[in-house]
Design a protein around this ligand. Sequence first.
Ligand code: GLP
Length: 259
Amino acid sequence: MPQKSISVVRVADPAAAATLVADEIAQLAQEKRRGGSALVLGLATGRSTVAVYEALTERVLAGSLDLGAAIAFNLDEYCGLSAGDPRSFAAWMRERFFERVGWPRERTRIPSGLVGGADCEGHCAEYEDSIRAAGGLDLQLLGIGRNGHIGFNEPGSAQDSRTRRVRLAAETIEDAARDFGSAEDVPRSAITMGVATILDARRVRLLAFGENKRAALERALHGEISSDSPASFLREHPDLCIYADAAALGQSLPRKASV
Ligand code: GLP
């Protein structure tokens, strides 16, 4: 079993975390290029990640980061929304990142929210296959839900879960209401990479800011490793780094630990 390395780094704010993550991605991109292969990033939406996309965009525009050959796979998408819908995660990513850096569309992948019924399983399997065919995720960026979800792996998600359609938890719908105008307008289901898909990434970097993430982070770090807190499964990962501010950390002391 590979040695597990969990780092918890306390940062002043999201911008400080973004600098560290963007530096790491830039370094990784360089290493991959030297090795002759393309960087494969797993990306996430959400407020926690906005500063990372800003920091990466700055680097690309300044010429210190080249994402030309890189491939991106996003974690999740709401069911029922087309990629052209401004409320979709596809639109969120295009607006905040992909279009700003001119990342070619064919190299930015995101599950389709419009594949329903019998086609859904095939679409999800194909998403897993394309990640594998790209060589696997070099680095997966993550936020954490108030209920401990990662991607849309809600409480109850199994450690060996793969890309699939899921029902959204009540807290998730409540939190997404601000993006949809009201809770009634939030889609009830989504397609998400699974916990196992995330755990397969070679590096996982999770961002958590603010007091409303404190309980979820505390459980993920110190609670039982179980489906009740999908983020707790990340403790099984060989290369996990969590960037969090003091409000999210609470009593969870920053540490660099190998277990
Ligand atoms: C959504 C996304 C998650 C994200 C979470 C937290 O539910 N599917 O991937 O981690 O929101 O979002 P935020 O960073 O806005 O708090």
